[in-house]
Design a protein around this ligand. Structure first.
Ligand code: SF4
Length: 270
């Protein structure tokens, strides 16, 4: 959810079945609405990743770089088998770099049945699987799905409930509940926190995020991501008023303060 995505890069499949068959295929997880995919290195998990961006998200983050992923119906219907075939082609790359598959969005758990099937297929191929999620739909992730996930990139967008709602339009609690569940399971987690001056940067909000995260023993790192304006053009193109127009990026002093707030709790910070 951190990269700027180029639409039209989705996998394709011949899905000319009648409409009800497509709906059944979506529900059963044999087909998904896909925004795009890309091959990336050094982000979205270890090694070189095939990152798959699924369409659809229940949140409306003020700083979203990819508002074109919000609506599931805007994605391209794509067969599981097509994506697994693509994964197979990249197996040598994954093996050489220690990489794997990252399932992102949008919000991947909005299509949890598909994610479960894809994670299973990837795990059978010996591919490292990460999911990149806000945790808001964590309840949709079955234990079987999580059994096949080696890493969760968990976005904790704010620590104070009111600020979280202001940033995302949704409640914080489901993210905490999902983080608690991952901690109980011992699933490795990387936390992501987007630092926006005047929105998420209040010391008490950052302290609240850090306090939540610090009690999860399975957190391997915290990534503090400085807000930037690179997503602006997409909001303009979609005709959606951009609430952060003109908002500055965090300066070095603010970044150091926030990273220090996480580090003070013994967390590894990037
Ligand atoms: S969780 Fe937020 S940042 Fe990520 S796709 Fe949804 S609205 Fe955008």
């Amino acid at each position: 959810m951190s990269a700027i995505l180029v639409p039209g890069a989705a996998c394709t499949a011949d899905l000319s079945d009648p409409r009800h068959d497509r709906l059944a295929a979506r529900r059963s997880g044999h087909v998904a609405s896909v925004h795009s995919w890309e091959l990336v290195t050094s982000v979205d998990g270890p090694g070189t990743r095939m990152t798959l961006f699924l369409a659809g998200c229940p949140l409306r983050c003020q700083y979203c770089h990819n508002p074109d992923t919000w609506r599931q119906r805007d994605g391209e219907l794509t067969a599981l088998d097509d994506i697994v075939a693509r994964l197979r082609r990249y197996l040598p790359v994954f093996r050489a770099t220690g990489g794997g598959l990252t399932i992102s969005g949008g919000e991947p758990l909005q299509q949890a049945a598909f994610v479960a099937r894809l994670a299973r297929a990837a795990a059978e191929l010996g591919v490292h699987v990460a999911i990149d999620t806000s945790g808001n739909l964590g309840r949709a992730a079955s234990d079987a799905l999580l059994d096949d996930v080696s890493l969760v990139l968990l976005d904790v967008k704010s620590g104070l409930p009111d600020t979280y709602r202001e940033v995302t339009g949704r409640d914080l609690q489901p993210t905490i509940d999902f983080g608690d569940r991952l901690a109980a399971r011992g699933t490795p987690v990387w936390i992501r926190f987007v630092l926006v001056p005047g929105l998420t940067d209040a010391a008490e909000n950052v302290d609240a995020v850090a306090d939540i995260v610090a009690r999860w023993q399975n957190v391997h790192r915290v990534e503090v991501l400085p807000f930037h304006q690179m997503g602006t053009s997409k909001w303009e193109r979609l005709g959606i008023p951009y609430p952060l127009a003109g908002r500055p990026t965090p300066d070095a002093e603010l970044l150091a303060r926030v990273r220090g707030q996480f580090a003070a709790r013994g967390l590894t910070v990037y």
